[in-house]
Write a protein that binds this ligand. Sequence first.
Ligand SMILES: [Cu+2]
Length: 468
Amino acid sequence: MIMHRRQFLQLTGGGAVAALCPSVAADIGSIKRLAIRAQSGRVHIVGPDFPATAIWGYDGQVPGTSIRLVHGQALEASVHNDLDVPTSVHWHGIRLPNAMDGVAGVTQPAIAPGDSFDYRFTPPDAGTFWYHSHINAHEQVGRGLYGPLVIEEKEPPVVDRDLVLMIDDWRLLDDASIKEDFESGHDRSHAGRIGNAPTVNGRFRDVLEVRYGERLRLRLINASNARNFALDFAPLKPDVIAIDGQPITPYRPDDAIVIAAGGRVDLIVDIFADPGSMLEVSDSFYRRPFSLIKFAVGDEPLRQSPLETAIALNPAQLPEPDLSNAKSYEVVLDGGAMGGLERAMMDGKWMNLFDIARQGYAWALNDIVGNRLDMPPLIDVPLGTHISLTIDNRTAFPHPMHLHGHHIKLLSIDDHPVPQPHWVDSPLVMPRQKLQFAFVADNPGKWLFHCHILEHHAAGMGSIVRVS
Ligand SMILES: [Cu+2]
């Protein structure tokens, strides 16, 4: 018997995970209205044996309020700032009008304490996205200001449950309070704020209860400041159906599934493992592997053989870039510890790295330190320009490079074509790697282009792409 997700939830009484990501019934063409408050709160991140952690979150929760729309539905979100610092909300990966992009100082003024800002847009793509603060993001996201944003397909693949697994990586002290070293110079010039308490949906070492034969759609969202993940689901064999919110022809990876800071991966996984067993999803991106979350397989099977329904999503609906007619740009990432950057342009002047570092900066794009939001654009093109973009990482660290307002199509890695060109918004560029992309600059405005290791962005790894 095939059960739809809501039927399943009714049958099982919802369960702990369902409570974390409630689904919202909605009509295509309608408007979903929400009021969200950025506020402080207290949450039990590391379990009942530790004190609650003081966080900043949307509606005081971590992750913040789960937003689900149906493709074609508009969102009207009134965001109220209950914090005592200015804030703003960026809707990561949504190809929305520039004025709604939520970058304080570029697309809107910051929302002052006590003030509100009304965001309104209709997401053009179905998929898995997220929202987060975009002012002092390395501190505000690090304190918990993020939440999932899911645009449901009108005809989604049939699954038993559709679950958001929102991953974060907290840096906590022994009493489970947040370590307040957000301006660490070491983080800014090395791998960013790597934490010591990786969580899924706000819980450290959580256990997800699953059933033998169950088909899950897992929407992985990496909200970490800096930590990238390479997740191993063995003995389960998940299929990747979307990357960064955009559909891909389903494939079953041989290796661990990489999900960069800021990135998303949608998986379909059939739970075929011994009833009563406990499966570990482990990470191996850095030197020390660890278990991120466990799946507890229940004793009672749901079905004996996998569902035979298709898992592919409808293809992405983005304008196809024409390389024969494209303007070429190369962006060189440089700087940081163990990098080769000796001098770079900052505030219009050439400076040596020592003087740049003294002011708290460490990185440059094409030898320009992105220390201000009103800097001249790195790429400045008329609306509709077809762009061939190469990102060349000459640093010693991986960088997930996020372009706002667009998706870009990954074509090749170090001049080797990828098996399946696909759309991304936060591609991870490994050290000494060169990635080639193409896209059509079809969304007018000043768009941020920056590393999603938030400490790197704060330390100068960002610029502007202007489409006019
Ligand atoms: Cu970076």
